[in-house]
Design a protein around this ligand. Structure first.
Ligand code: ATP
Length: 267
């Protein structure tokens, strides 16, 4: 989108997210409250981590919760996609990194979100060669300049934490590691309810019960969103007044994906 790399306050709310309660509490303590009540933290001399790494399987809400944190704090949000940063500005990616952090400081309080951050930090000397190496060095310089980064919080997201250069995971950089797992059966129900807030779901449909079904095993939040969209589209095509979410919808997704639930993980 045209807003790529620019700041806005996202419109994702906590109600839009199913599950992830403990993660939300952590972010509340580490980011939201610090942005809202900076004087308190100053008075108590609290100097906490400002860099976070969300890791876990795709489609489980990493981007969503980062946006909701910004919304809750009333902070700006800058969304950077790792691979794009690397490819779009070949030869200039160091400058791009500097520009991005500069922009984040200008619009602080701000959450700087690096999606697929592993692309920028893959262990040096491998794959990307000197381009990654120089970009990574610049990134470390910016991350280490936390003193000049007041009000800027950095959140990285990755499905492959194991390929990341350990240097970026040190305290003061992406220092706090937070796991975002596949949802449990009950959390799947909560995700369906969150997603269903924006759709005319038949009031007789028990979304919590659907979430607990075996057919939903190993589905991510993104898979569940696809199931619900399929069901909504079917209802619309059949000119029904509301959406019947049932096992048929889950079956339909399985058929479409060919290899059953969870296969979207292998994309
Ligand atoms: P990736 O690693 O692929 O970038 P991600 O973990 O960042 O994935 P999101 O982009 O946050 O995943 O989620 C993709 C979509 O899946 C969301 O826009 C939303 O529709 C749905 N979704 C995923 N997790 C949740 C959740 N916990 N609650 C509600 N919706 C969710």
């Amino acid at each position: 989108s045209r807003r790529e790399g620019f700041s806005t306050i996202p419109n994702v709310k906590w109600e839009d997210i199913g599950g992830l309660d403990s993660l939300w509490k952590e972010f509340h303590r580490y980011i939201v409250r610090r942005i809202k009540y900076p004087e308190e933290y100053e008075e108590f001399g609290v100097d906490l981590e400002t860099g976070f790494l969300l890791y876990g399987p795709p489609g489980c809400g990493k981007t969503l919760i980062a946006k909701a944190v910004a919304n809750e704090a009333g902070a700006n949000f800058i969304h950077i996609k790792g691979p794009e940063l690397l490819n779009k500005y070949v030869g200039e990616s160091e400058l791009a990194v500097r520009t991005i952090f500069g922009r984040a400081r200008t619009c602080s309080p701000c959450i700087l979100f690096f999606d697929e951050v592993d692309a920028l930090t893959t262990t040096r000397g491998k794959e990307g060669g000197w381009v990654v190496e120089r970009l990574l060095n610049q990134l470390l310089i910016e991350l280490d300049g936390a003193d000049q980064r007041r009000g800027v919080f950095v959140i990285g997201a990755t499905n492959r934490p194991e390929v990341m250069d350990p240097a970026v995971l040190r305290p003061g950089r992406f220092g706090k590691l937070l796991y975002v797992p596949l949802p449990s059966p009950d959390e799947r129900g909560l995700i369906l309810k969150a997603l269903g807030r924006k759709k005319p779901i038949d009031p007789d449909v028990d979304l919590m019960a659907i979430g607990r079904k075996d057919a939903c095993e190993n589905l991510s939040g993104a898979d569940l969103a696809a199931v619900m969209d399929e069901a909504a589209m079917a209802a619309l095509e059949e000119k029904q007044v509301s959406c019947q979410m049932n096992e048929d919808a889950v079956d339909a997704l399985e058929k479409k994906q060919g290899s059953g639930p969870g296969s979207s993980d292998a994309k």
